[in-house]
Write a protein that binds this ligand. Sequence first.
Ligand code: GA4
Length: 331
Amino acid sequence: MVVLSPPALDHCSLIKTCKPTTSVFTEIPVIDISDPEAKNLIVKACEEFGFFKLINHGVRMDLAALLESEALRFFNLPQSEKDRAGPPDPFGYGNKRIGPNGDVGWVEYLLLNTNPEVTSQKTLSVFQENPEIFRSTVRDYISAVKNITFEILELIADGLKIEQTNVLSKLLRDEKSDSCFRINHYPPCPELQALSGRNLIGFGEHTDPQIMSVLRSNDTSGLQICLRDGTWVSVAPDQNSFFINVGDALQVMTNGRFKSVRHRVLADNMKSRVSMIYFGGPPLSEKIAPLECLLAKEEESLYKEFTWSEYKKSAYKSRLADYRLGLFERT
Ligand code: GA4
């Protein structure tokens, strides 16, 4: 990995690059939600990879395509207009800077509240022509993705043989759930390819702090996950499926049985990538701890007690690539 040096690409001199990887990992679990075995397959995938692809989910993907085109209309506006919808503090438009602690990537994005009624005027002001179309498309898409997430979490509880099958989903169903929604745009960077044959890091390696994240992207590659042995592998894009990530909070709630997946995104040299992610988080006051019913006799929690609010605060003080759960492990 090298850091670009000016003047070649002055505007992105802090953004890291890496050699393009051509091989695609073919062993990512693909789960059909209507398969009677889905609950067991999902549990297995969450244990092995913290990641899987969901097919046959029943969400209308024309909704995703519509939202993608609305988002692209926004990302194609002049920079000065987009900047009026920023900074993302915590919601709004962001460009290259990720989070508050100096992380940067070859990406621009919109971070939105999952309750579109409170999408700020600052964010909407940029959709001058018809902010209502954007607002209602976001609302419908988020509502569909939330429902599929509830279903997955209920299958997980069932697969883990937990009697109360809504034990996880209720945290996201709660009207105080602290969830958010992100639309990322990774513009292509042909100058760089010409210069070095390398890829820009679009979104640096990290784990998601929440319970579960649900991603849909267009047909441009870029997403990579880190396997348990530390190897990075590329995930083939599929615009009709969802990619599901286990987040840090679910790792804790399963006492480490599920692993929160480390992932990153490389920008493509030729094609623009758009991804939309729903991050399902619990209410701020929720205590995050291993579910009692999952602890075997004498098994102790690997983690100290904390609330989602405490974890979130700590996460937002960290750098993107940090192992955030380290501070909360019992020694
Ligand atoms: C990763 C998951 C979500 O995209 C996000 C990110 C957030 C941000 O972009 O502001 C964080 C990152 C994410 C984890 C650590 C902190 C916070 C950037 C960062 C360095 C919106 C989230 O909730 O956590």
